[in-house]
Design a protein. Structure first.
Length: 347
C-alpha cells in the first residue's frame, strides 16, 4: 500500500487484461463492495502501465511489486508464482483470471496433424505468451523438439491476423477461437488440436496474485477487491447486454497505452461470442493446477523444487467473496444470466 491505498497493477501490457478491473472501477463495483475510505473517497489506485517488460515476469515480478508498492498483480502466469514462491518470494495466487484455454489450433489443408508441423512455422501472438506456452505443450506431446523442429513466428494477437497468416502461407499453424475454426474448416483447413478437451478441471492460464503482507494486514480490502472483480467477470460475459460499453472501454484504454500495436483500435476486435466466451471464472477461482504443473514439467519448465499447491494458493478470500455475492438477492438476476452463459460454454 502507498498513502493508505490498495495498489493494483497489470503484469502484461495487453489492453484486454485491463478490461475486468476497469469495469469493476467504472461500474463502481470496487467502491460499492467496500474499497472506500471513511470520508468516502477511493481506497485504491489502478495503474495502466505494466509493471515490467513482457516475458520477464517469472524473474522479476516480486521485485517489481516491491519497488512500485503494488499489492495486487493482474494477469500473472501461474508458473510465475510457483517459481517465485520456490525462491521465498512473498507472493500468492488469490484468484483466477483466464481459467480455460479457449482456442483451437488449425493448419492449412496439407497439414493433417501436429506431427506434420516438423520443420514448419507456428504462429504465436507473442513469445512467452499463454498461446506460446499452450502450443509448446501440445507439440511436445506430439513428439516434436521445440527448438529444432519448429520455427516460431510472431504474427500478432488478433484473430484476423492469425487467420490471415494461415491464408497467406506465412505459417502452418495458428490458434483461433472455436467459431473461427469452423469458418476455416470450410476453407479446407484442419483442426490440429483442441486443448480445452484435455482440461476438464480448467486450466489456469493467468491468475491474480497478491503479496502475503497485504493478505495478512488487510484481508478486508482484498475481499472487497475480489467481490468487485467477480462482478466484473459477470459483466464482461453478459452479452449482448454490455457489448457497447466493453467496445467503448476498450477504445478508451487503447488511446491511453503507449505500445504502438496495442494502441490501434480495431472496431471488429471483439464480437459478442468473443466476450461471452472469455474464460473469466464465474466464482473467481483458479483451478487445474495439477494438470498445469504436470505439463510444465513435460516441457522442462520445472527445474527447481516445486512448492506444494497449498503453499502457493490463497484463494480462501475469493471463496468468501463469491459466497457473499451469491447471498445478495439484488445480484441474483446477474448471476442467473451468468449461469446460462456457463451452461452454453461449459465454463
Amino acid at each position: 500500500m502507498l498513502d493508505g491505498k490498495l495498489r493494483i497493477a497489470p503484469v502484461c501490457y495487453h489492453v484486454l487484461h485491463q478490461v475486468p478491473v476497469m469495469v469493476a472501477h467504472e461500474m463502481n463495483y470496487l467502491y460499492d463492495e467496500g474499497l472506500k475510505t471513511a470520508d468516502g473517497s477511493l481506497a485504491y489506485t489502478i495503474s495502466h502501465d505494466s509493471m515490467l517488460p513482457f516475458g520477464l515476469e517469472k524473474l522479476a515480478i516480486a521485485q517489481a511489486m516491491k519497488e512500485k508498492s503494488v499489492d495486487i498483480a493482474l494477469d500473472v502466469q501461474p508458473r510465475t508464482v510457483f517459481y517465485q514462491r520456490a525462491r521465498g518470494a512473498d507472493l500468492y495466487i488469490i484468484a483466477g483470471w483466464r481459467n480455460q484455454h479457449t482456442n483451437v489450433w488449425i493448419g492449412p489443408p496439407h497439414i493433417k496433424s501436429l506431427q506434420d508441423l516438423k520443420g514448419k512455422r507456428v504462429g504465436i501472438s507473442d513469445f512467452n505468451s499463454i498461446r506460446h506456452w499452450a502450443i509448446q505443450i501440445q507439440l511436445k506431446k506430439a513428439g516434436l523438439d521445440l527448438e529444432r523442429d519448429i520455427e516460431w513466428v510472431r504474427v500478432g494477437i488478433t484473430h484476423h491476423l492469425m487467420k490471415n497468416a494461415i491464408r497467406s502461407g506465412k505459417v502452418e499453424c495458428v490458434p483461433v477461437p472455436t467459431w473461427h475454426a469452423e469458418e476455416m474448416k470450410q476453407e479446407g483447413c484442419n483442426v490440429l488440436v483442441r486443448p480445452a478437451d484435455q482440461y476438464p478441471n480448467g486450466r489456469p492460464e493467468r491468475v491474480v496474485a497478491a503479496t502475503g503482507r497485504i493478505l495478512e494486514e488487510r484481508p478486508d480490502l482484498i475481499k472487497s477487491f475480489l467481490k468487485g472483480l467477480i462482478r466484473a467477470y459477470w459483466f464482461v460475459r453478459d452479452m449482448p447486454k454490455n457489448f457497447e460499453y466493453i467496445h467503448n472501454l476498450d477504445k478508451r484504454l487503447r488511446i491511453q497505452t503507449a505500445d504502438p500495436e496495442e494502441r490501434i483500435h480495431n472496431p471488429n476486435r471483439y464480437t459478442t461470442e468473443d466476450l461471452e466466451s472469455m474464460p473469466f471464472p464465474i466464482d473467481g477461482l483458479a483451478t487445474g493446477f495439477e494438470d498445469m504443473l504436470r505439463e510444465e514439467k513435460l516441457i522442462g519448465g520445472l527445474e527447481y523444487d516445486v512448492p506444494a499447491i497449498k503453499d502457493v494458493c490463497a484463494q480462501d478470500l475469493a471463496e468468501e467473496a463469491y459466497k457473499e455475492l451469491r447471498s445478495c438477492k439484488e445480484l441474483d438476476d446477474e448471476y442467473q444470466r451468468m449461469q446460462a452463459v456457463v451452461k452454453r460454454w461449459g465454463y
